[in-house]
Design a protein. Structure first.
Length: 421
């Protein structure tokens, strides 16, 4: 009679365990029904009562099978603890400490699973950060209108972000990830860590692309724009310089190049704004271009000559040793500013130095000759040298350059008056 009672208790225990495990597989969360949990624990208690009433021989036979069933129950302790409060039930039942099934909440969580909640939280944080980066990158690429390079980059990083986000935040995505991890024979207790690692790598990949990839692509746009500028395709050049700056706002070379486009388009205010940004970025070629605009806009109400001098003085420390053309322009415009201030004794050596540099250039220019001739005229010291400078001004100046064309007219008038004397 006792053996039959024990068999019935064992079978009920098996059925209740099967029901718990089946419910855990079917529901979307690890939460179980309190009634099912209570039925299982009561079934285990009934097994113990039946064992205590059975004879020693029956106990020995059932021990191995019962140990296997108890291990199944212990594996469910996380879901049981998540679903109900065993401590509350113990206050009603007052079980002895030997009835371990009523104390499943005291079982230690394996160290590899203790921080699953943290890995899940960090995965979500990095996924949200990745989405933010993806949105920022997309806006930078598409703000100037779509093109092939921008569209391709947006598609790639958006697909990666959507796959990661969909995998972590949707049930179907989680199922796919679980199937992949299972196929790789990865133990389940490492799944949270692997998901976190994937989210982190995605974030680091997008961050690296944002910090290093975008400037590299900006360099390409700047190169395409320079080629278009050389060919006289100003609309294409302006568009590509702007794209470069959208991808890399801290790109003084692109600011300088865009300023040159606006100068050709006779939009001096916009050109000055771009040159100012290039100067803030300490791009050495921008100083003389901005100084030139100050000189051309000088009037009795605004002493732009002083602004130009301050700018060129700062630019002198930024000059590249192997770029003599920029050094020529810096000395020439500094001399022009001193000429405008009527500080002729300071203007003359600057313009002499500019002409010495000019003699070494492949494409020699006439502006420094023109300005030096004017300085000599104002000083009335060496008329023959002044005539020589005016002649070089006419000979070497290029009418397609507004600064030199202006002085060509002055030079011809001056030479004509000298001939009439």
């Amino acid at each position: 009679m006792a053996k039959n009672q024990l068999d019935q208790a064992i079978q009920k225990y098996i059925d209740s365990l099967d029901a718990l495990e089946k419910a855990l597989k079917e529901v979307d969360s690890p939460k179980l029904s309190s009634e099912q949990i209570l039925d299982t624990l009561i079934a285990r208690h009934a097994v113990q009562v039946a064992i205590d009433k059975s004879n020693p021989l029956d106990r020995k036979i059932l021990l191995k099978n019962l140990n296997r069933l108890d291990n199944r129950l212990r594996k469910l302790f996380k879901s049981i603890n998540y679903s109900t409060y065993l401590a509350k039930w113990r206050t009603y039942l007052n079980p002895s400490e030997e009835a371990w099934w009523w104390f499943l909440d005291s079982l230690a969580i394996p160290w590899s699973e203790r921080y699953d909640w943290l890995w899940s939280f960090l995965s979500l944080v990095f996924l949200v950060a990745s989405v933010s980066l993806a949105v920022d990158v997309s806006s930078q690429f598409l703000s100037g209108g779509p093109d092939f390079v921008g569209t391709l980059a947006v598609i790639i990083q958006s697909v990666l972000t959507l796959l990661a986000g969909g995998g972590a935040l949707t049930k179907s995505g989680q199922d796919v990830i679980e199937r992949v991890l299972s196929s790789l024979k990865l133990p389940k207790h490492w799944w949270h860590e692997v998901s976190f690692l994937f989210s982190l790598l995605l974030f680091l990949g997008l961050l690296s692309f944002h910090q290093m990839g975008l400037p590299l692509i900006a360099n390409k746009y700047n190169y395409f724009a320079e080629q278009a500028y050389i060919k006289g395709q100003l609309a294409s050049a302006e568009n590509n310089f702007n794209r470069a700056l959208q991808l890399n706002p801290d790109y003084p070379e692109a600011n300088y190049n865009l300023g040159r486009v606006y100068e050709v388009l006779q939009q001096d205010d916009r050109a000055a704004a771009e040159y100012q940004l290039a100067v803030k970025g300490e791009y050495y070629k921008a100083y003389h271009r901005l100084a030139r605009l100050y000189i051309l806009k000088n009037n009795k109400d605004t002493d732009n000559y002083s602004k130009a001098v301050a700018l060129l003085t700062e630019g002198r420390s930024k000059e590249a040793q192997d770029d003599e053309e920029i050094t020529y322009y810096n000395r020439t415009y500094m001399g022009w500013a001193r000429l405008g201030q009527k500080r002729y004794s300071e203007a003359q050596p600057l313009l002499i130095e500019a002409n010495d540099i000019n003699s070494k250039l492949i494409n020699q220019q006439g502006l420094a000759h023109c300005l030096l001739a004017q300085v000599l005229d104002e000083q009335r010291k060496d008329e023959q040298l002044a005539i020589q400078m005016w002649e070089l001004c006419v000979a070497k100046s290029n009418q397609t350059k507004p600064d030199e064309d202006m002085w060509i007219g002055v030079a011809r008038q001056r030479l004509q008056r000298m001939e009439e004397k």
